[in-house]
Design a protein. Structure first.
Ligand SMILES: Cc1cc2nc3c(=O)[nH]c(=O)nc-3n(C[C@H](O)[C@H](O)[C@H](O)COP(=O)(O)OP(=O)(O)OC[C@H]3O[C@@H](n4cnc5c(N)ncnc54)[C@H](O)[C@@H]3O)c2cc1C
Length: 528
């Protein structure tokens, strides 16, 4: 067990022991930031898996120089990707390491049927590999929340300050500017078609500051940002620990939390040798990511084995081929995160808005095309280059209302069973969106490639939550506005597990704002 604060497991310094946060991902650090503002010094308990020495050394070599000085050997090492999903898109690694996805507790791994939801045990969770797209949710989404949009608005602002310190947006590529201009020229037709578009908002540092360097537009976003310009919970946490604002204990696997008369007892194991560990606290904030939060909550009470409903956003991908390429695009200094968001509101296709996240030119496209063509790729190099320079890939997301049903049940051996029931509606919506994109292709000056429409498994879009939805009048395993389940007072669930529904929009910004809201305002005994 490694501790970034002078405290022992069972005899912890009182100041730090009062409040535990379980998990160091985006929801955990958002809750921590709010608690620190309130005058507390929370302790984060975390599995805390980190990249291996090879990846750490690679990152520090790259971080110590400007992009022009990077060596081809280091770049070749960096550009490793993981296995491809059903959409054909390879898993994003960080400096060649898959540590963000590494399952260090096989004994409790969930079993899946027609669904795929990942859990992260990493220091910083999935924020190590996330795409950093942020967007507040539409006001209408809060109709089924126990709080209104206005109550969350100030927490959106606090989180934005935390994750976008420079305020300004990162510069989009020339290809994206050209696409945006093409869409603007057809604004009236697109309005009539219910199509809205905008540049993506990204949690990326855009000016050098005391904390780090700004984005250098080096085009490596899909492999790892050497300067941590892409916001990550891991670097935020390290800063908070350095400044003495929070304590951090890693190599801890929490299994359950029991309720005491004056607080809670967190029951855990060491991830190194399974030795039992306990931590007594005034209150605990649970930010372990959907599957682990569900496992810990279901272990913590005597609940009937009824399946819990997962709210999740189905995902599909569709490549679009621009009519023209941008000269010298492969040499342009650009970022390769999401470039643009397109929203389609067409009641004939879907009662809820469908969102497309557009990814423009990046060097992965030619690698994916070449691997699909196998031996033919060598003579077809010029064609591969031409196609990849014109390609824009749209990641389509659906509202949880119309997405596939997914349920999770705790089985007798304490593991979770995750069952997906693939929605036919998802397929028909995906196909209808492609037909629509084809019909309005001249507005985009890009044609979709219908044969390349791909659907991922339910849960594959990394947008899942809602097992303990917050309600004004909660019942059973529903949570109240402070993320508390009635039979488990003293535990505040602050990750996506408490979201009442998921629109077709990025999730993490809202999860962070909600975690920040709960930790800012929830009653804490002897609050002083
Ligand atoms: C490739 C990829 C791209 C993404 N892109 C975007 C995007 O652009 N925009 C967006 O909004 N979302 C995106 N997401 C989703 C987003 O990253 C997640 O919603 C978000 O990171 C979840 O944060 P979290 O803190 O709730 O949980 P996690 O990131 O899952 O973190 C869980 C934390 O809990 C700890 N933990 C887990 N179990 C235990 C245990 N039993 N005991 C102790 N500690 C434990 C882990 O160590 C970790 O620190 C993406 C996800 C992926 C994988």
């Amino acid at each position: 067990m490694s501790v970034s604060w002078p405290c022992e497991t069972n005899h912890v310094n009182r100041e730090t022991a009062l409040i535990y946060i379980i998990g160091s991902g985006l929801s955990g650090v958002a809750a921590a930031a709010a608690l620190v503002k309130r005058g507390f010094r929370p302790t984060i308990l975390d599995a805390g898996v980190r990249a291996g020495p090879h990846s750490i050394a690679l990152k520090s070599r790259l971080a110590s120089a400007e992009p022009d000085a990077w060596t081809p050997e280091d770049l070749a090492q960096l550009k490793r990707t993981g296995p491809a999903a059903s959409t054909g898109i390879p898993q994003k690694l960080l400096f060649g390491s898959n540590f963000a996805y590494r399952d260090v507790d096989r004994a409790t791994s969930a079993r899946f049927r027609r669904a795929s939801i990942l859990r992260s045990f990493a220091h910083g969770g999935f924020s190590n590999v996330w795409g950093a797209v942020i967007q507040p949710w539409p006001q209408a989404e809060f109709r089924c929340w126990p709080i209104g949009f206005q109550e969350l608005a100030k927490h959106y602002s606090s989180v934005r300050e935390l994750i976008c310190p420079s305020g300004l947006s990162v510069r989009s590529s020339m290809q994206t500017h050209a696409l945006h201009s093409d869409l603007e020229r057809h604004q009236r037709q697109l309005d009539a078609e219910g199509v809205r578009f905008d540049y993506a908002t990204l949690a990326v540092r855009t000016s050098d500051d005391d904390i780090g360097k700004a984005c250098r537009h080096c085009g490596l976003c899909l492999y790892g940002c050497p300067y941590d310009s892409i916001f990550s919970a891991a670097s935020q946490l390290s800063r908070m620990v350095r400044q003495g604002q929070v304590a951090y204990i890693s190599d801890v696997l929490v299994d359950r939390i029991s309720i005491l008369s004056h607080g809670v007892r967190v029951e855990a194991r060491s991830s190194k040798d399974n030795a039992p560990l306990t931590f007594n606290a005034r209150t605990a904030f649970l930010a372990a990511g959907l599957l682990e939060t569900v496992r810990i909550i279901l272990n913590s009470g005597n609940f009937p084995p009824t399946p819990l409903c997962v709210q999740q956003s189905d995902i599909f991908t569709i490549p679009l081929l621009r009519y023209r390429s941008i000269p010298n695009i492969s040499r342009e200094r650009l970022h390769t995160l999401c470039q643009m968001i397109v929203e389609i509101n067409d009641a004939a296709i879907c009662a809820d808005s469908v969102q497309l996240q557009l990814y423009g030119y990046n060097d992965l496209y030619s690698r994916i095309l070449a691997s699909r063509l196998g031996r033919l790729s060598y003579p077809l190099q010029p064609l591969i280059r031409e196609v990849s320079e014109r390609l824009v890939v749209a990641f389509g997301y659906l509202h949880s209302n119309v997405s596939s049903r997914v349920s999770v049940t705790r089985t007798r051996d304490g593991r979770l069973h995750v069952q997906g029931d693939v929605s036919h509606e998802t397929k028909s919506i995906g196909h209808a969106i492609v037909r629509k994109l084809f019909r309005i292709r001249n507005c985009f000056r890009a044609a979709p490639i219908p044969l390349q429409l791909r659907f991922d498994d339910p849960g594959g879009g990394h947008r899942s939550g809602g097992c303990f939805p917050m309600k004004a009048v909660p019942a059973g395993l529903e949570a109240d506005r402070w993320g508390r389940i009635r039979s488990l007072p003293g535990i505040h669930v602050v990750d996506s597990s408490v979201l009442p529904s998921l629109p077709a929009a990025p999730l993490a910004f809202t999860v962070m704002a909600n975690a920040h809201r709960i930790a800012s305002g929830c009653p804490i005994d002897n609050d002083d």
